[in-house]
Design a protein around this ligand. Structure first.
Ligand code: OGA
Ligand code: MN
Length: 282
């Protein structure tokens, strides 16, 4: 199988043109997709028609699947598929309507964080709901020397946003889910296990403190890193169309959703997500 790789901008991201992910991907094609993912960090496959099993099968090529703590927001027959949706049944959201309110990397609060995430758009709004992706290799490389020195060798504390009762999530974790999702420590700067490149891993949604640092100093340093990492020069903004599948590398990418229309009852956005298990960051 042949396909074309079209970069989506200077920061990161590439469209893969000519691959139908509802059909099995052969070994040599898979190797090229894998390399494109390492090179471009976010892959976009447009005009797909995927059943949940297709999305699962493609995702599993990259490793075993992992699961979001919101285990009640999955497809009934496909627990590997998390539903992101603004739709409701009997007044209750059928999925997570507000995933990704702040910059983050998926499952960063786990000991083993996510390798990658696939997100497939089934229904998209006429406006709003973009996802922004930021290249954390570039952000690290461009980090001012004083900040680089301040965080060198440091570790930080990560906690699931939905654990935090102070945040206004539409669906939060219940006590059992919360208990299963304790805070975890990871390096502030991680090294990608496949490319060997360094990137910023702390993020606004999940990092609550730098270890072994006075609270005020830690908060100030994190705020400076978050502001640096979110600059436009590191970002690709994805405007969703029905049939888009995006596949990002959580080891070197952070992302954030535009939730500005979340309280508009006419706003419908409906997606299926899979998460591929990764390793413990080092
Ligand atoms: C996610 C997520 C962002 C979005 O599914 O991990 O952060 O735009 N989603 O829905
Ligand atoms: Mn996410």
């Amino acid at each position: 199988m042949t396909f074309e790789i079209r970069p989506l901008g200077d920061a990161l991201g590439a469209e893969i043109i000519g691959l139908d992910l509802s059909a099995p991907v052969d070994e040599s094609t898979f190797a090229k997709v894998h390399q494109a993912h390492l090179d471009h960090l976010v892959l976009v496959f447009r005009d797909q028609r995927l059943d949940p099993q297709h999305q699962i099968d493609f995702s599993r090529r990259f490793g075993p699947l992992d699961h979001h703590p919101s285990d009640d927001a999955v497809l009934p027959d496909f627990p590997d598929v998390l539903v992101l949706s603004t739709k409701r049944e009997n007044g209750k959201y059928i999925g997570l309507p507000d995933a990704g309110p702040m910059w983050h990397s998926d499952l960063a609060y786990r000991k083993q964080t996510a390798l990658g995430t696939t997100l497939y758009a089934l229904e998209t709004p006429d406006s709003g709901g973009d996802t922004r992706f930021a290249n954390m290799y570039k952000a690290y490389e461009a980090l001012p020397k004083n900040l680089k020195d301040a965080v060198a060798g440091k570790r930080a504390v990560f906690l699931a946003g939905r654990n935090n009762a102070n945040r206004s999530f539409k669906r939060t974790l219940n006590q059992t889910q919360r208990d299963a999702t304790p805070a975890t420590g990871h390096p502030v700067i991680r090294t990608h296990p496949e490319t060997g490149r360094k990137s910023i891993f702390v993020s606004a949604q999940h990092t609550i403190a730098i270890e072994d640092m006075p609270e005020g100093e830690s908060a100030e340093l994190l705020a400076a890193i978050f502001a640096h990492a979110a600059q436009d020069e590191f970002v690709y903004t994805h405007k969703w169309r029905v049939g888009d599948l995006t596949f990002w590398d959580n080891r070197c990418v952070q992302h954030i959703a535009d939730l500005s229309r979340i309280d508009d009852p006419t706003y419908i956005r409906h997606m299926h997500r899979t998460t591929i298990e990764g390793d413990a960051p080092f």
